[in-house]
Design a protein around this ligand. Structure first.
Ligand code: SF4
Length: 102
């Protein structure tokens, strides 16, 4: 095996791993958001949109879920980082910061 070929075979997989690593690390760095979190409480966050206090949030509908919110970073995933809290939330969650994804 030539040195050039050996170099290419070693560098290309390493470059691919380095390209993926920051995304994996960022997702793993964010902790899950708990309903008891101080900011979560102030925004009425619930892990399930079906459990929102409708009397307190009359404009809430069950169609409003994190997965359809502009702040939810990976709409295809079951859980994702919410950029309002910088924490992981479930696709079916909700808070009063909900903003419908266009
Ligand atoms: S801002 Fe959006 S994604 Fe974040 S918790 Fe509230 S509804 Fe869910």
């Amino acid at each position: 095996m030539t040195k050039r070929r050996e170099f290419v075979l070693r560098v290309i997989p390493l470059a691919g791993a380095l390209a993926v690593l920051p995304r994996v690390t960022l997702a793993a760095d964010a902790p899950p958001l708990a309903e008891e979190d101080k900011m979560a409480v102030s925004l009425g966050f619930r892990l399930s949109s079906a459990k929102v206090d409708q009397a307190k949030y009359p404009k809430h509908t069950t169609e409003q879920v994190c997965g359809k919110c502009l702040h939810y970073k990976s709409p295809e995933a079951d859980t994702a980082k919410c950029d309002l809290f910088s924490k992981i939330v479930p696709k079916g969650g909700w808070c009063s910061g909900f903003s419908k994804r266009p």
